[in-house]
Design a protein around this ligand. Structure first.
Ligand code: E4P
Length: 218
């Protein structure tokens, strides 16, 4: 499973790259607004830090606007992945941009039917939003299972399932169990994956006992 970081905070991403677990990055208009910085600059800086796919979302809702913005953003770096919303215009833009050789992430997916259409439109990634479904009383993870199962039935569909709107390590574990190709994690969630109080406690105990031996290694 690949891990993307869901953030437009360049310093935060820079701090996580050395972990070796950053396979890509996703941004969205909300994250760009939170950064308080110019969109193109942020995307260019992230693309220079992370060789994997870096999602940059169009703001236009019409096909022509999406294509214009998508082609403009795609010129920033070869790893820019154009994010389009799951609307009929977004799906058409996905097909055109994919045919032009651009990576495309179809976002705001809330149903298996939508995911099937995104795959037929040639999307590189489909982003089902787990947390936002949980927020409205549905079980977001069921959607990941459905999409993974459907795609498995059609090996000619090459779209990767990118579990998005992840809020906890449990979402990551369940996405991995379901067979999602990618999970995009808020920086805090990536850190939570490797932190465990019993690991810390175990280190304290071993260190105290090691000191009693009076030995050193090497
Ligand atoms: C990913 O591409 C999405 O932008 C992101 O995961 C949305 O997460 P949220 O629902 O926590 O805002």
């Amino acid at each position: 499973m690949k891990f993307f970081i869901d953030s437009a905070d360049v310093e935060e991403i820079k701090s996580l790259v050395p972990t070796g677990f950053v396979d890509g990055v996703t941004t969205n208009p909300t994250l760009i607004a939170q950064s308080g910085r110019r969109f193109e600059e942020v995307i260019a800086e992230i693309c220079a830090l992370v060789p994997g796919p870096v999602s940059a979302e169009v703001a236009a809702l019409d096909l022509e606007g999406m294509l214009r913005e998508g082609r403009y953003l795609a010129k920033i770096a070869s790893n820019v992945t154009i994010k389009v919303p799951l609307t009929i215009a977004g799906l058409k833009a996905c097909r055109t941009l994919t045919d032009e050789g651009t990576l495309v992430n179809v976002t705001l997916c809330f149903s298996a039917a939508q995911a099937l259409l995104a795959a037929k439109a040639g999307a590189t990634f489909i982003s089902p939003f787990i947390g936002r479904l949980d927020d409205v009383g549905e079980i977001g993870m069921n959607l990941i299972h459905q999409i993974v199962d459907i795609y498995k039935n059609y090996p000619n569909l090459t779209t990767q399932v990118l579990a998005a709107s992840i809020r906890s390590p449990l979402h990551v574990i369940e996405s991995a169990l379901a067979g999602a190709d990618v999970a995009t994690l808020p920086p805090k969630t990536l850190r939570q994956l490797y932190q465990h109080p019993l690991t810390d406690k175990g280190i304290d105990i071993f260190l105290a006992d090691w000191k009693k031996t009076g030995q050193s290694i090497g």
